[in-house]
Structures are given as C-alpha cells and as structure tokens.
Design a binder for this molecule. Structure first.
Ligand SMILES: [Cu+2]
Length: 122
C-alpha cells in the first residue's frame, strides 16, 4: 500500500508540472515567427505571450548575425494588449541568422525566459 501511494504521488506530481508551466508567460506567436526566412528585416519585432505580462520586468533583445544588438531601446506593450511586447529594430541588410532573447514576468508572478531565431536572406 505504501509503495502504491508513493508511485501514485509521483504520478500526481508529474501531472501537476505541465499545468503549472502552462500558467507562465510563453510566446504564443512571434512576428517575424520563429524559424522564418525573410527577404528583409522588418522595422519592429513583436511577441504575443500566453499570459498578461508586466512590462517593467519583461523585455526583448534582438541580435544581428554578428552578435550586435539591433533592437532599439526597450520593448513596450502593444496598445490595449498587455500580452504583446513590441521592440523597434534598427535598419540592417546583413544576411544570416538573427537571435531573439526574451524574458517575461507574468501577472501571476512567474518569470520565464527563452530565445529563438529567424533568418534574413535578401
Ligand atoms: Cu506562471
């Protein structure tokens, strides 16, 4: 019985993990999207998160293929949308892989961070 209880608790713990993770803020949609291959760099980048985020403790940095930061200033919330961060991008014609590093503080107090990339092939 004790062994059964232990394994049952283990299963409950495993099931509870993904539910807790779902409550954090993760990118739902990115523009340009993760993995995209673009002809040219857009003037801004946005990330739509799964949760409402706190803009003071959330941010996005975009780097050129050579590692130089190309995002201009700090990311701001989209007007009337507390789930979406927007950051302006400087002009660049450099071909290659651009890296997006994001971090977010969800309104439930949980912090998340991650990165993804897209390519520019003129
Ligand atoms: Cu959370």
């Amino acid at each position: 019985m004790r062994r059964f209880l232990k394994s049952a608790l283990g299963i409950v713990a495993l099931l509870a993990l993904p539910v807790a993770a779902l409550a954090h803020a993760y990118p739902a949609h990115e523009n340009p999207p993760s993995g995209a291959v673009l002809k040219q760099l857009p003037g801004s980048l946005s990330i739509n998160f799964t949760e409402t985020i706190n803009r003071h403790f959330s941010g996005v940095v975009v780097r050129e293929p050579n590692g130089k930061q190309i995002s201009h200033g700090t990311a701001t919330l989209a007007p009337g949308n507390a789930k979406t961060l927007i950051v302006p991008l400087r002009e660049s014609h450099r071909a290659g892989r651009y890296t997006v590093l994001w971090h977010a503080l969800a309104s439930d107090g949980h912090r998340t961070k991650g990165s993804y990339s897209f390519q520019v092939k003129p």
